[in-house]
Design a protein around this ligand. Structure first.
Ligand SMILES: [Zn+2]
Length: 460
């Protein structure tokens, strides 16, 4: 349809143009000789009466424009139709009951979608279309949104409805960079169900934890699973930080060579014995990194306090310590060094849990051979390492030696038996069986099995 003064030259005859104040008025009459009943659809040529309908139209030269439509009521030609009289429909000009022509409504909607309520209303006012911001918001709500295509490449991860308390699952279309869905929880089942309904999915990017890996394997066995870039970089950053923490002595020395003499005052602190750099397992590694991070924080705190006591100003302290001014403000008035934030241990169901009742019964029947028990539950579908079974059996053995009924403590303790290494460190309250209590809000991610740090899946 070409551009014409009236919205649809085929349906309207422009009878007159005049102005009323700052409004241009177009008077137009509908030209159709028949009209179809909206209820029964039968065409009618019996005009019942005429009336005037006014609707806003596209502005002219910044002046508001109004369309005065001379339209008709018609008698339905169908004697059994429930609707005796109906009004003329002009679908190309204006929707039933609308107060704006279709072409004006399209402009308003486009501006509302682009600029929102307030911004859209401001621009429309300068164009000669004064509208309330709320009208634009309603327009956005009503705007027809085409159903998004089924995604092929999705990212899946957990996110929190309420931080640290309630978690859901977010699914993102990685080709369109749009959120596709939010699932109410982060359980595998709901993800499996969601994936099963979308067999077109070819690739799933996920974190390195097990829940979504299993969900993807079950719900979308056709899809390739990949570790997403965020998690790879996150793991890389952790490993790198840990490595650099190992090299603190060398870094400090290098910094001392380069720094001004004032730099030396900060912390000629002996880093202490370094742990040999061997691949470590998830939680232990997190703990160690957390302790080092905290040590560095305490050093920073002490340097800030010392410089503050020596009357250095905040900007100077911040520059010399390498901290933000905000940190300096916070630490200079802190009586105690900041507390260490404990790394979050992802809570997951222990792999052995479903088999524990069986193992316990076999133990009580007199079978105390760990490898044999391991083979037995393998026959029942257990598909993980023997070390979990050996640990469980070891706990049963200790229970009995301590005079407790076998299994009394196993359920609670088996997963938390500290390694010799942890037991040595336990004195400082760093880790150990009683890690409960001050668990901070879990970090955004739960992927202890870091990239580049291979190792057996089970705890040491
Ligand atoms: Zn009818």
């Amino acid at each position: 349809m070409g551009k014409t003064l009236v919205p649809d030259a085929a349906a309207l005859h422009l009878a007159e143009i005049h102005t009323e104040g700052e409004t241009v008025v177009l008077v137009a009459t509908a030209t159709g000789t028949t009209a179809c009943c909206p209820v029964c659809g039968q065409a009618s040529s019996h005009v019942h009466s005429r009336y005037r309908r006014t609707v806003a139209d596209l502005p002219w030269q910044g002046l508001a424009a109004r369309l005065d439509l001379q339209v008709r009521r018609w008698r339905c030609a169908n004697p059994v139709c429930a609707r005796q009289i109906f009004t003329e429909r002009l679908p190309t000009v204006v929707a039933p009951y609308a107060r704006r022509t279709a072409r004006l409504a399209r402009v308003v909607e486009a501006l509302a979608l682009a600029l929102g309520g307030e911004g859209g209303a401001r621009l429309l006012a300068t164009l000669g279309i004064p509208l309330n911001p709320d009208t634009l918001l309603n327009c956005i709500r009503r705007a027809a949104r085409p159903a998004p295509p089924t995604p092929r490449v999705v990212g899946i991860d957990d996110w929190s409805w309420r931080r640290g308390h309630r978690f859901g699952t977010i699914i993102v279309d990685l080709e369109r960079h749009a959120v596709v869905d939010l699932l109410p929880d982060r359980a595998g089942d709901s993800a499996v169900a969601w994936l099963k309904q979308r067999p077109q999915i070819t690739t799933i990017a996920r974190d390195r934890a097990g829940v979504y890996a299993e969900a993807a394997a079950q719900g979308a066995p056709q899809a390739t699973q990949v570790a997403d870039r965020w998690h790879l970089l996150h793991n890389l950053a952790e490993v790198l930080e840990e490595f650099l923490l190992h090299q603190r002595a060398a870094l400090r020395e290098a910094a001392r060579d380069a720094a001004s003499p004032a730099g030396e005052a900060i912390s000629p602190h002996d880093p202490g014995p370094l742990t040999p750099n061997r691949p470590r397992l998830g939680q232990e590694r997190l703990e160690e990194a957390s302790r080092w991070r905290h040590e560095r924080l305490v050093e920073q705190y002490e340097a800030i306090r010392r410089l503050h006591a020596a009357d250095a100003d905040v900007a100077d302290i911040a520059r010399r310590v390498g901290a933000s001014r905000r940190t300096v403000y916070r630490y200079r008035n802190l009586a105690e060094p900041p507390e260490r934030k404990r790394p979050h241990r992802p809570r997951r169901q222990r792999l052995l849990t479903p088999y524990e009742p069986y193992l316990l019964r076999r133990w009580q029947e007199g079978c105390h051979n760990g490898m044999r028990l391991y083979r037995e539950i393998c026959g029942q579908g257990y598909a993980h390492g023997a070390s979990n079974v050996m640990r469980f059996v070891g706990q049963l053995r200790r229970d009995e030696a301590a005079g407790q009924p076998a299994g009394a403590g196993a359920r609670a303790k088996a997963a938390r038996v500290p390694s010799a290494r942890r037991a040595r460190q336990g004195g400082a309250g760093a880790v150990g069986p009683a890690r409960g209590g001050a668990l901070p809000a879990p970090p955004k991610r739960s992927a202890p099995g870091a990239a580049g740090v291979p190792g057996p899946p089970a705890d040491s």
